[in-house]
Design a protein around this ligand. Structure first.
Ligand SMILES: [Zn+2]
Length: 263
């Protein structure tokens, strides 16, 4: 990760992050204990009304039973992801195992890897570099989230807003990328999910230097299954740069199924 980190200043492209400005906060709320309390609060607020749903992984939970990994995400649709009995993955161009989690590729309730130390170190360097550049970033973040945590969050959202509304912004349990320990949500200095345009733009264009990709891109909801989230980064490693340069989502880049839940 150090390699990636060193490049952090380059800011080439300016893909706009239009979408990023949605409601992010809810998502975060659910996050792990690490997330600041502030973030949490804001999160919940955002949820209901809004706009779309960013829900992505930040708050997943749901009903599905833990069992069915295989069922839920079958490869029938042409996905190249392989299930090893616990999770789905593909092999990257540099030989790394890339875990795939989306609405078609769930994780079992028993999968509780915690935060990946390599990813966490890279994320902390990313935070520090953004702060050093003057962006309004806090050290609060939402990282690993267990199946149980997601379940509670999701249930709370359903109780508050109803399931159909909750499904728009909160992921069901087992479907959150946060359960991999490889996903992190950045928060701003006020403790809310990062949405500030300039910081979001910088993140989108530079996260790959740290081994991350901004996972939920604007105008890719039909592919990722989630509304854009300017604050959510997923650790990939070296290949993050290839993915970033391709302009594709993780699903498109690796040719795996995505979009909405199968059922
Ligand atoms: Zn997230």
């Amino acid at each position: 990760m150090k390699k990636y980190a060193s490049l952090g200043l380059t800011c080439l492209t300016l893909l706009t992050l239009v979408a990023c400005t949605s409601k992010s906060e809810e998502t975060k709320a659910s996050s792990s204990a690490k997330t600041s309390q502030k973030a949490t609060k804001s999160t919940s607020k955002a949820t209901s009304s809004s706009q779309n749903t960013d829900a992505s992984e930040d708050s997943h939970s749901d009903q599905s039973s833990s069992t069915g990994l295989s069922d839920a995400a079958d490869n029938s649709s042409g996905s190249t992801a392989v299930n090893n009995g616990t999770y789905y993955s593909v092999t990257g161009k540099y030989g790394d195992e890339i875990i795939i989690v989306n609405k078609r590729h769930p994780l079992p309730a028993s999968y509780t890897p915690g935060e990946n130390p390599t990813a966490l170190a890279a994320f902390q360097q990313l935070q520090a570099d953004m702060m050093a550049q003057g962006f309004s970033i806090s050290y609060g973040y939402s990282g690993f989230r267990s199946y149980e945590t997601q379940t509670q969050l999701y249930q709370d959202y359903v109780a508050r807003d109803g399931q159909s509304a909750a499904d728009r912004y909160s992921a069901r349990p087992g479907y959150s990328e946060h359960q991999t320990g490889l996903a992190f949500d950045l928060t701003d200095a006020a403790g809310n999910l990062l949405e500030e345009p300039q910081a979001s733009a910088w993140l989108r264009d530079n996260a790959h230097h740290y081994g991350f990709v901004v996972r939920y891109l604007p105008e890719k909801e039909s592919v990722t299954g989630y509304m854009p989230e300017s604050w959510h980064v997923r650790y990939i490693g070296q290949e993050a740069t290839d993915i970033y340069q391709s302009g594709l989502t993780l699903e498109e880049y690796y040719g795996v199924d995505g979009g909405d839940y199968a059922q």
